[in-house]
Each structure stands twice: as C-alpha cells, then as structure tokens.
Design a protein around this ligand. Structure first.
Ligand code: CP
Ligand code: NVA
Length: 303
C-alpha cells in the first residue's frame, strides 16, 4: 500500500508530529537528508495555478537529490479525456510519487485509488494538508507548543479552514471560527473534529472569535475552486485588522497561507505588521514538503 498524504484526519497524531519534527530538524540542519531521494522523480499535476506548492515541491526534490516534473492537464492526455485511473497507472510505471492540485477532492481520491505509488494532496476544494503542517511548524517556532493553544480563523470557512479544524483534533488545540453563517466550514469535518474531542467554536461575532487567540489566521475570500461568486459584503466584518489583533491574546501572531488580497481579508497594516509571520510560513512549506516526500518515499531509517 503506497504511503499517501491526502488528509490529516487519517493519520495517527504521533505520525503527524514526527513529520513536523522532521521538517524542523531539516530546517535547522540537525538532520541531513541530502541525496535521500537520488534517482527518484515526482510528477506534479496542477489543474490550478500555484506559486508556493509547486516551487517548494520542485526545490525540495532537487535538494533531496531527486527531480520533479510539473504538468498541467493540458500537457497531458488527461486534458483530452484520458481517465484519471489510466493516467495514475501509467505514471506509476514512470515516476515515484504524484502531487495533484485539483478543485475536485474526489479526483484526488480516484487518482490515489488507481495509483501504485504515493499520492500527495497539493490542495483540493476540501483540504490543504501540506499547508497545515507548515503552519504548525511556524506557530511553534514563534509561540511554542501548539497543544492547548487557541487559534482563531476569521473569514471564509474554506478548504484551509477545514484543514485547521482537522489539525485541531490531531495536534490538540482549540479553534474559534468567526465567519458568516452561510460560509461556515464543512459540517462533516467540524463534526469529525468534535467527535475526536476537539473544541471547535463557530460564531458570527468576529471580536468574540478573536478573544484569547494566540494566533489569528485568515485566507483569501475567493478560492481557486469557487465557481460562483460569494457575497464579499458578508465577509467584510471578518477582515483581520488592528482592532481584531488587539482583541487577541498578548503576543498573538498573524498567519495567512498566501496568496493574500491586501485590503480585503486582511489590512496592509496587519499583513506587514510585527505580528505577521507570513513569509516564515511560506518558507516552511519547503521544509515540510521535504519531510512529506521523505515520509512518502520512506528511505530506510527516517520514519
Ligand atoms: N499557500 C499555497 O498553497 O500557495 P500556492 O497556491 O501558491 O501554492
Ligand atoms: N483557499 C485558497 C488557498 C490557496 C492556497 C484556495 O483554495 O484557493
């Protein structure tokens, strides 16, 4: 069975913790994995644009001694109707792992089901697990252990919000979500996290949502997979601004997976302010990507 990296909720918490630890050790040169993936090839299929995910996986492969091939559906017969299943079976004969970014989570599951090599979620309409491991690493570098802390999500209850909720259950922290009622995070994921014992509070009051938060996090109001435009007016009260950062705990940090729309989901002042750790977060994608690749391809002795 290939070691797929598809969703945080299927992991043992200790395994996720070991992935974050591995990323941290790689970043701090405690662990050297140079040439661990020599001779390995990663295929990356991006149905949607990407800066961080695409480049960090590409660089991670080359730093580990392997190589990556970036493809869009129009480069592949997939774009002309070849099935995902056939594509997966063919790629499994050529490369060692596949990253897929798609606006249909079911496509990722279909690809993984037909593939005999590891498949990695490079973002879907439902979740973005690579991002969350980088976010946990970033939070812990700036604030300390995330266990027992309070994280506030403000804005659209989108794929990244859903993955924060999964992470709350797996890394043992509380989530306070401030969002319009019509843009709440996926119920199934909220129910799962609560069933695992996580505290997930959802409110339409943005100031109540940020009270006591050690980190305020948001994301774009228009995601890659949003087909219909949603009411931006509904989201305006949830913009992260200085007033909301002041209502959070002392020393609270601000996070955003990027790309950001300055002046929309977050003010320029907060994005550029002292509490913002957005570029550390972006950098940590690279260290986490290396850890995920090492976990998936499991060279002896690392996991
Ligand atoms: N945060 C993130 O996944 O960015 P990209 O869309 O640039 O990959
Ligand atoms: N929610 C955003 C995240 C981008 C990294 C999207 O899906 O487009």
């Amino acid at each position: 069975m290939p070691r797929n990296f598809i969703d945080l909720d299927t992991f043992d918490p200790a395994e996720l913790r070991s992935l974050v630890q591995c990323a941290k050790e790689l970043k701090n040169n405690i662990l050297s994995a140079k040439d661990s993936l020599a001779g390995k090839t990663l295929a990356m299929i991006f149905e949607k644009p990407s800066t961080r995910t695409r480049i960090s996986f590409d660089v991670a492969m080359s730093k580990l001694g392997g190589r990556a091939v970036a493809l869009s559906p129009s480069d592949l017969q997939l774009g002309r109707g070849e099935s995902l299943s056939d594509t997966a079976q063919v790629l499994s004969r050529y490369v060692d792992a596949i990253v897929l970014r798609t606006s249909r989570h079911n496509s990722l599951e279909e690809l993984a089901a037909a593939s005999s090599i590891p498949v990695i979620n490079g973002l879907t309409d439902r979740t973005h697990p690579c991002q969350l491991l980088a976010d946990i690493l970033t939070f812990e570098e700036h604030v300390g252990p995330i266990s027992g802390k309070k994280i506030t999500w403000l804005g659209d209850g989108n794929n990244v919000a859903a993955t924060w909720i999964q992470a709350a259950a797996q890394f043992n922290f509380d989530m306070q979500i401030g969002c319009p009622d019509s843009l709440r995070p996926q119920k199934k994921i909220v129910d799962w996290a609560r069933s695992m014992g996580a505290t997930i509070e959802i409110t339409e009051d943005p100031i109540a949502a940020v009270k006591g938060a050690h980190c305020v996090v948001t994301d774009t109001w228009v995601s890659l997979s949003d087909e219909q435009s949603k009411s931006i007016d509904l989201l305006k009260p949830f913009q992260v601004d200085s007033k909301k950062m002041e209502a959070a705990a002392d020393g609270a940090i601000f996070m955003h997976c990027l790309p950001a729309k300055r002046g929309q989901e977050v003010t320029e002042e907060v994005l550029e302010g002292a509490a913002s750790v957005i570029f550390d977060e972006a950098e940590n994608r690279l260290h986490v990507q290396k850890a995920i690749l090492l976990w998936c391809l499991a060279p002896d002795g690392l996991f």
